[in-house]
Design a protein around this ligand. Structure first.
Ligand SMILES: *Cc1c(COP(=O)(O)O)cnc(C)c1O
Length: 446
């Protein structure tokens, strides 16, 4: 494959953008990223004219793939043509809000914003205002966007900013605990419960994972929040409208969070975020309440049209059946391949999320893993070796993935997640053929 055009674009980019990109993970591919020219269905074509099966899929928003179905394209074009935005309300944001409130069990009211980061920032502010407390409990290896309260590492006794530029004083209001460890969450509440405004958790850890919750884990968090008067915030920026269909992961797991953050799919491929939940909480946002929240582009008509048309298309066209079926086919196919080629590796994912984590051999795994992605089954012979929390993925062979495996797959025409931590995403644009070709490439490259 020739990559001259990408190489030369990256050369120019390095002079004018830090690391040559506008979002860090895009620079992870070795030795440099491919620059995309355009998308087609489940594929992208790069600046050199190479065509790939694309499992990055925008990092989640493109549930329908790269081709906008006719009604979505028409809505986007007409909204753009009518003057892209007004800074005044318009019909489409009301319709979109009504749709989400109708379908997501815990959401009675919603505020649209412009990114998942903005959504989690506003959700933390809201929870702090509602409870008049400061601390936010988060999961190690969770991701809630590029924001001060959650870019924190360490543990409950010693939280530290995970990046330069964040005062230690911010980190002191964040309590990181290990995901899937009910005892650790209880201990944190026993020590800090009276100060905990909220638990902020991804229903499935999907930015450093993919890690499925152990049975009863979210119920346990819900109970702790009730016991101590804290709010439960589900960060459904990835899982929203992907896991559990239009009811989102909260309906899949039967959990009733107080606040839910959205992003990605809810904007149909355009910049978006949202904070939804019970009226008594969401109404605390200005102007009905006292928690300031605002945005020039919030409720942008083009984004609202794209998001609503995407979700309506899903409701009417069996999109979830298609993407979940292909997700399962990938996970089962990968299970068969690793059984032969790399039995120490772990197949993870759920619904239309999938990934192979390059876990190292620990002992001698006995018995068969779940063939539809690791479910954290306590009786599984691989239970000790499989990642139980996002941070466990750091112990996998991340260099082998980044330096050998991913480039090899790219040369075979398959684009996988840009590092070992992100998920791969199935879209409605992907086909059975794409799945078969991808599995064949895994078999050759492993
Ligand atoms: C992507 C993501 C975010 C951040 O969203 P942005 O739109 O990138 O700011 C927050 N939380 C989760 C769970 C995400 O996957």
């Amino acid at each position: 494959m020739n990559h001259d055009a990408s190489r030369s674009l990256y050369d120019r980019a390095l002079s004018v953008m830090p690391g040559g990109v506008n979002s860090s993970v895009r620079a992870a591919p070795q030795p440099y990223p491919v620059f995309v020219d355009h998308g087609e269905g489940g594929h992208v074509v790069d600046a050199d004219g190479n065509r790939y099966i694309d499992w990055v899929c925008g990092l989640g928003p493109l549930l329908l793939g790269h081709d906008m179905p006719e009604p979505l394209q028409a809505a986007v074009q007409s909204r753009a043509a009518e003057g892209p935005m007004y800074g005044m309300p318009s019909d489409i944001e009301v319709e979109h809000a009504e749709f989400v409130c109708r379908h997501v069990p815990s959401v009675e009211m919603i505020r649209f914003v412009n990114s998942g980061t903005e959504a989690t920032v506003s959700a933390c502010r809201l929870a702090r205002a509602v409870t008049e407390r400061n601390k936010i409990l988060v999961m190690q290896g969770g991701y809630h966007g590029a924001q001060e309260s959650t870019l924190v590492e360490g543990d409950a006794d010693d939280p530290k900013p995970s990046t330069a530029g964040i005062p230690q004083a911010f980190a002191e209001h964040t309590i990181p605990v290990p995901f899937n460890d009910p005892e650790a969450a209880r201990e944190a509440f026993e020590t800090h419960g009276e100060d905990i405004a909220a638990v902020l958790v991804e229903p499935i850890q999907a930015n450093m994972g993919i890690v499925y919750p152990v049975d009863g884990y979210h119920e346990h968090l819900r109970e702790l929040c009730d016991e101590y008067g804290s709010l439960l915030i589900f960060d459904e920026v990835i899982t929203g409208f992907r896991v559990g269909g239009l009811g989102c992961a909260q309906s899949e797991f039967g959990i009733d969070p107080d606040i839910t953050t959205f992003g990605k799919i809810i904007g149909g491929g355009f910049p978006v975020g949202a904070i939804g939940g019970k009226t008594e909480y969401i109404e605390r946002f200005t102007p009905s309440g006292d928690v300031f929240q605002a945005g020039t582009f919030s409720g942008h008509p083009v984004t609202m049209a794209a998001g609503l048309e995407t979700l309506q298309y899903c409701a009417e066209n069996g999109v979830y059946d298609h993407v979940d079926r292909l997700g399962q086919k990938l996970r089962e196919g990968l299970s068969d391949i690793v059984a032969d080629h790399a039995p120490e590796y772990t197949v993870v994912g759920s619904h239309s999320l999938f990934k192979l984590v390059f876990t190292r051999a620990e002992g001698d795994p006995q018995g068969d893993p779940c063939r539809n992605g690791c479910r954290q089954a306590p009786g599984c012979g691989r239970h000790d070796a499989c990642p139980k929390r996002g941070t466990d993925v750091t112990r996998a062979e991340t260099d082998r993935y980044a330096r050998l495996f991913r480039p090899e797959m790219r040369e075979r025409g398959i684009l996988l997640s840009q590092n070992q931590f992100e998920s791969n995403f199935v879209s409605y644009g992907h086909t059975d053929e794409d799945v078969e070709e991808t599995l064949e490439a895994y078999k050759m490259a492993l």
